[in-house]
Write a protein that binds this ligand. Structure first.
Ligand code: UT7
Length: 367
C-alpha cells in the first residue's frame, strides 16, 4: 500500500494590511482589546480584483514548484473554502483551469475551518488506496467579503489568504500517519452565513437582515474549540500509536491565541511547541493551517523527519486532527516549471470556450 507524502507547499496572501487601529475607526473597539482577547494585530485583505481562485492559484503554483510537479501530472484537486467564489461551480474547477491541470478531477470540500485537515485526509486515503498518485489541496479564503464591517464580534477576527499542499504516493514509509474527523450539526447556528443558500436565497429582505454575513456566537465557538482541540490531537496520536512526546510541532487552526493556550494546558505541553501566526494574519479559516506550516518551514522550525499534528475546528460544527511525518521535497531528476503552464492554461481555456461557442452555432444550424 503506498504512503501519502506531502511533497509541496505554498502560501499567498494579498498585500493590503488592515491593522487593529484601522478597525477601531470602523467599530467601537481598540487595538488593546483585540490583542488581549484574540492575539491578532493585523490581517491581510484582498483587493477588489482578487478572489479565492486567484489567491489559491498563487499558492498552488508555489506548492507545485516545491514538489517539482507539472500541473498536467495532477490526478486530483480539492479546494476547501468557507468563502468560495460561487455556490457552484466549485472553486477547485476554476483553479484546475487556471493552472492547466488537464487530467485532474476537481471538487470543493466544505467543512469550514476544518476543511484543510479533512481534505488532506480524503486525498491521502485516495493515494493510499492506489486510485490516484498525486493531489493538490488548496485552502483559500476571501472572508472579508462575508464580514459585516459593523459587527465588532466578527470583523476583528478574519483575514484573507491561501495555502496549498501537494500530496504524492511513495513506497517509502511516512507522510500522513493518521487522521480523525468529527462533526456536530446541532451546533450549525453557532457559526453560519445564513443567506444566499436555498433556505434564504438572496432577496431584499435577506440583504436587509444581513443574512449574507458571518454570524457567530463567539463564546459558544470558543467553548467548543477549547473542548475539542486537545482531545482530537490525542485521538490522532493514539491512532498513529504515538504520544505527545514523539511530536515536534502542533500546527493548529489559527483562530485565537487563547484557544491555543488552553489546548497547550490541556495537553501539558509548552506553548512553543505550537506554531502560531494568528497575530499577523487573523483567522484565515481553511488557509490558516497551510499558511502556518509554510512559515514554520521558512523559519527552519518544521524539518524533514519531524512529526507534526495538524488540528482544526470550525463551523458545522466540525473538528479534526492528523499526524504527519514531514517529508520535504522529493529528490529532483528533471526540473519542471509549473508556473510556465499558466500561459498554456489560459490559451487552452480560451480555445475551449471558443470551440464550445462554435459547436453551439453548428448545433443550432443542425436543428
Ligand atoms: O474558526 C473559528 C472561528 N471562530 C472562533 O474561533 C471564535 C471563538 N471566539 C472568540 O475568539 C471570542 O469569543 C471572541 C474574540 C469572539 C470574543 O471574545 P470574548 O472574550 O469571548 O468576549 P465576549 O464576547 O465575552 O465579550 C466581552 C465584552 C462584552 O462586553 P460586556 O457585555 O462585558 O460589556 C462585549 O460586548 O467585550 C465586548 N466586546 C468587545 N469590546 C471591544 C466584544 N467584541 C468586542 C470588540 N472590542 N471587538
Amino acid at each position: 500500500m503506498p504512503f501519502a507524502h506531502i511533497t509541496g507547499w505554498g502560501m499567498h496572501v494579498p498585500e493590503p494590511v488592515l491593522t487593529n487601529d484601522d478597525i477601531s475607526k470602523l467599530v467601537d473597539t481598540s487595538d488593546e482589546w483585540i490583542r488581549e482577547r484574540t492575539g491578532i494585530r493585523e490581517r491581510h485583505i484582498a483587493r477588489e480584483n482578487e478572489f479565492p481562485s486567484t489567491l489559491g492559484v498563487e499558492a498552488a503554483i508555489k506548492a507545485l514548484q516545491i514538489a517539482n510537479l507539472a500541473p498536467t501530472e495532477l490526478d486530483l484537486i480539492i479546494c476547501t473554502s468557507s468563502s468560495p467564489e460561487y455556490i457552484f461551480p466549485a472553486t477547485a474547477c476554476l483553479i484546475q483551469d487556471q493552472i492547466g491541470a488537464t487530467k485532474a478531477g476537481a471538487f470543493d470540500l466544505q467543512a469550514a475551518c476544518s476543511g484543510f485537515v479533512f481534505s488532506i485526509n480524503m486525498a491521502a486515503q485516495a493515494i493510499r488506496s492506489g486510485s490516484i498518485k498525486s493531489a493538490l489541496i488548496v485552502g483559500t479564503e476571501v472572508l472579508s467579503r462575508f464580514v459585516n464591517w459593523k459587527d465588532r464580534n466578527t470583523c476583528i477576527l478574519f483575514g484573507d489568504g491561501a495555502g496549498a499542499f501537494v500530496l504524492q504516493a511513495s513506497d517509502v514509509p511516512g507522510g500522513v500517519m493518521s487522521a480523525v474527523m468529527h462533526s456536530d450539526g446541532s451546533g450549525a447556528n453557532s457559526l453560519i452565513i445564513p443567506g444566499g443558500g436555498a433556505r434564504f436565497p438572496a432577496s431584499e429582505l435577506s440583504i436587509h437582515e444581513n443574512k449574507h454575513f458571518i454570524h457567530m456566537d463567539g463564546k459558544e465557538v470558543f467553548r467548543f474549540a477549547t473542548r475539542v482541540m486537545g482531545k482530537a490531537t490525542l485521538e490522532a496520536l493514539e491512532q498513529a500509536k504515538l504520544t505527545i512526546d514523539d511530536i515536534q510541532w502542533i500546527i493548529p487552526h489559527q483562530a485565537n491565541i487563547r484557544i491555543v493556550e488552553t489546548a497547550a494546558k490541556y495537553l501539558k505541553v509548552p506553548l512553543d511547541k505550537f506554531i502560531v501566526n494568528v497575530d499577523r494574519y487573523g483567522n484565515t479559516s481553511t488557509a490558516s493551517i497551510p499558511i502556518a506550516t509554510v512559515e514554520a518551514i521558512q523559519k527552519g522550525q518544521l524539518k524533514a523527519g519531524d512529526k507534526a499534528v495538524f488540528v482544526g475546528f470550525g463551523g458545522g460544527l466540525t473538528w479534526g486532527a492528523m499526524v504527519v511525518e514531514w517529508t520535504g521535497p522529493i529528490p529532483i531528476t528533471k526540473q519542471v516549471h509549473p508556473e510556465q503552464y499558466r500561459l498554456f492554461a489560459r490559451l487552452r481555456s480560451i480555445v475551449r470556450r471558443a470551440l464550445r461557442f462554435i459547436e453551439g452555432l453548428f448545433s443550432r444550424w443542425d436543428s
